[in-house]
Design a protein around this ligand. Structure first.
Ligand SMILES: Nc1ncnc2c1ncn2[C@@H]1O[C@H](COP(=O)(O)OP(=O)(O)OP(=O)(O)O)[C@@H](O)[C@H]1O
Ligand SMILES: [Mg+2]
Length: 278
């Protein structure tokens, strides 16, 4: 896909479009597949569609016909009560669950059969809800670990991560475990950016941080999206997250309860009453 014929590919005024990787590693690599892939036109950039499944081989279904998606360069937010299956939906999209039904499509290619590793090679980055950094390693070593699949020179990407999160440059030789909660989340996001993903899955990137740090993280996440990287994130700060969301999903008991633009969900009386505290 060239940068000129895709309306989603404009840089929205962001001058650091290099993070968006128009011609870097995020190209679908048919040789990296762990199963069959099939073309799937006319779908969002990334979609986990009609996903049904649970953990293990015979575990009960956690997801029930659940669909989550994000368009190129946009921010999609998943909210919902504890245990609703938000993390499970993210893991399913990343290939960590055996789906009984449904499919996952990335940039027009059905990747349902790919392993998580192959999905990273095809342009997905994932920051899990917990254990998302190596605490005993330095900040810089964490970023180097993030670049594990790269065989080319990743110094420029590391420089971009340091420009996005300047505090990480200052602390690059400190063990990541010594950093504050917000700084650790920056390490986790920075680590995922090291593969130059086309789409980033973030599971509660602002968990446990102060409102000011949350705002700051959201600003950085918007900056990443403006560089052309799609963001699909789970957030417990539902109101604030929907305010910056192009698209929002409310999940309840593993199923889609409400879907719409961030603004339409914020204005929906039922969503406000049940999920946003009125
Ligand atoms: N590894 C696992 N094995 C079996 N069941 C699991 C596993 N992880 C989660 N579950 C179950 O799946 C359901 C959904 O959990 P999930 O973590 O996806 O919810 P969530 O919406 O992310 O919740 P939270 O807001 O607390 O992060 C829960 O009933 C949970 O007990
Ligand atoms: Mg979760």
């Amino acid at each position: 896909m060239s940068g000129t014929d895709n309306p989603y590919q404009d840089d929205h005024g962001n001058h650091d479009a290099s993070l968006g990787n128009p011609k870097g590693m995020g190209t679908i690599d048919a040789t990296a597949k762990s199963g069959e892939t099939h073309p799937a036109p006319d779908e969002p950039f990334l979609i986990g569609a009609n996903m049904t499944g649970g953990y293990g081989k015979n575990g009960p279904d956690i997801l029930h016909d659940c669909t989550i998606a994000v368009e190129k360069g946009e921010v999609a937010v998943i909210v919902g009560p504890n245990g609703a299956g938000k993390s499970t939906a993210m893991k399913a999209t990343f290939g960590m669950l055996n789906l009984r039904k449904g499919h996952v499509t990335l940039d027009g290619t059905d990747i349902t059969a790919l392993t998580p590793q192959a999905r990273v090679q095809n342009g997905m980055g994932f920051v899990p809800q917990t254990s998302n950094i190596f605490t005993s390693m330095t900040v810089e070593e964490n970023l180097e670990m993030g670049a594990f699949i790269r065989t080319d020179d990743y110094t420029d990407t590391m420089e971009q991560v340091y420009e996005l999160f300047p505090i990480l440059r200052d602390k690059r030789n400190q063990p990541a475990g010594e950093l504050s909660g917000g700084q650790r989340q920056q390490v986790a996001v920075g680590r995922a950016l090291m593969t130059q993903p086309k789409v980033l899955l973030l599971d509660e990137p602002t968990a446990g941080v102060s409102p000011i740090v949350m705002d700051e993280l959201f600003d950085r996440i918007i900056e990443v999206a403006r560089s052309g990287i799609s963001i699909l994130m789970v957030e417990q700060n539902a109101k604030q997250a929907l305010e910056i969301a192009d698209k929002g999903y409310v999940l309840v008991q593993g199923a889609n309860a409400h879907t719409g633009t961030g603004q339409s969900l914020l204005a929906d009386p039922e969503v406000r009453k049940s999920f946003l505290g009125g």
